[in-house]
Design a protein around this ligand. Structure first.
Ligand SMILES: Cc1ncc(COP(=O)(O)O)c(C=O)c1O
Length: 377
């Protein structure tokens, strides 16, 4: 028998001991989805699709019902082909998962262990941090400039223990993005053994000309991986489906730790139809851009700082709005049956901020009305 080098079992413990990385994690706080006094609240807290789901995706979802007794296609062939056709990518280097969250977890678990560092921008998606801590890793954050990821601040913090640099682009909860040139500059300065994880959960919404989600950088390098989601623009959050794109070497590494049927049949069928529905993409992107411009214009004219967003949500900053606070604005919205997402503190920011998802026309009008009344009262 080989001797374990782990800490021996403690005497007098009444429960199993969590590994230290897991013990330090707080339970994840989800966005609210209900309000006591409103039977059907307007939910603008989780950055879900404003327009629902494309009818083509719903039809594909329904068509799976007579095959539910079969395991899904573990090779994910149809969905990988649909994604590859749509975005002109190599299907062999796509891996689908139970939401992009799962794929982000694969990347962290493949490349980080005890004592390794994950480098993040000050504002970041909380799940990345939790995965890193759970494997015994450390999290290092870099300050931002005006709510925008600062490439130089990130580079200054790359050290001998850095294993993964994860960047949501556009970022959450800010909605800001880093342009393609800056992403390349970041990548070029990283050591070859550091993974650059480009989280493109909101990439489909971006209309800025100088944005790239990262596929070409992936094509040229073994240390870049891009993750994408069907939960946002495609309206499939409830099915849990996302995808990752990397070099063959990197995707093979992720394949080692996935379970054979990590993506379910209904989700893959719906997602394949959704990604082929190019009219939906255009319509949803236009709806979002039109409302972002209108919301920013209206609220800025009332004295609020609206962080320029390329995603399907906006971050309101109350710092320079005398007598007005994010907390009161959230209370006013909730009193009117609208659920925003308070993000102050959790995102590592000292600013007084509130995040709100872009909804459909009626939902956005309702949110703007409440905010206008609150700001002018
Ligand atoms: C920045 C970012 N990345 C990834 C995700 C995970 O998306 P999903 O697991 O639904 O694909 C989210 C979800 O809100 C997000 O905001």
């Amino acid at each position: 028998m080989t001797e374990s080098t782990n800490t021996p079992r403690q005497e007098n413990t009444t429960r199993p001991q969590m590994v230290p990385g897991v013990a330090q994690l707080a339970l994840y706080k989800m966005g609210k989805s209900q309000l006591d006094d409103h039977a059907s609240p307007i939910k603008l807290s989780s950055n879900e699709s404003a327009l629902g789901t494309s009818p083509a995706a719903i039809a594909a979802f329904t068509s799976v019902q007579d095959r539910l007794h079969r395991y899904p296609d573990g090779a994910q062939t149809e969905l990988r082909a649909a994604i590859a056709d749509t975005w002109e990518l190599d299907p062999e280097r796509i891996l689908c998962g139970n939401g992009s969250e799962e794929l982000i977890g694969f990347v962290i678990r493949c490349f980080m262990a005890d004592g390794d560092e994950l480098l993040l921008s000050e504002n970041h998606f909380e799940i990345c941090r939790n995965y890193a801590l759970s494997v015994g890793g450390q999290v290092v954050t870099a300050p931002e400039k005006d709510f925008v990821t600062d490439v130089d601040a990130l580079l200054e913090r790359v050290g001998p223990h850095t294993r993964v640099v994860a960047l949501a682009n556009p970022n959450n909860p800010t909605g800001t993005y880093v342009n393609a040139q800056e992403i390349r500059r970041l990548h070029q300065a990283l050591p070859a053994d550091v993974v650059l994880l480009l989280d493109g959960a909101y990439a489909e919404y971006v209309t800025a000309d100088d944005f790239e989600a990262g596929a070409s950088l992936v094509d040229e390098n073994d240390n870049v991986v891009m993750t994408r989601s069907f939960s946002k623009l495609y309206g499939l959050a409830g099915l849990r489906i996302g995808w990752a794109y990397g070099s063959q070497w990197l995707v093979d590494a992720l394949q080692r730790i996935r379970v054979p049927f990590n993506a379910n049949a209904a989700a893959m069928a719906a997602a394949a139809a959704a990604v082929r529905d190019s009219a939906w993409l255009t319509h949803a992107r236009e709806h979002n851009a039109r409302w972002q411009a209108r919301i920013a214009g209206d609220l800025t004219s009332l004295g609020l700082h609206v962080v320029p967003s390329e995603a399907n949500f906006y971050l309101l900053v109350f710092d320079d709005c005398p007598g007005k606070t994010a907390k009161e604005a959230a209370a006013a919205l909730e009193a009117n049956g609208i659920i925003p997402r308070p993000v102050g503190g959790a995102a590592g920011t000292d600013h007084d901020v509130l995040r709100i998802t872009v909804g459909n026309d009626a939902e956005n009008d309702a949110a703007l009305n409440v905010l206008r009344n609150y700001l002018t009262a």
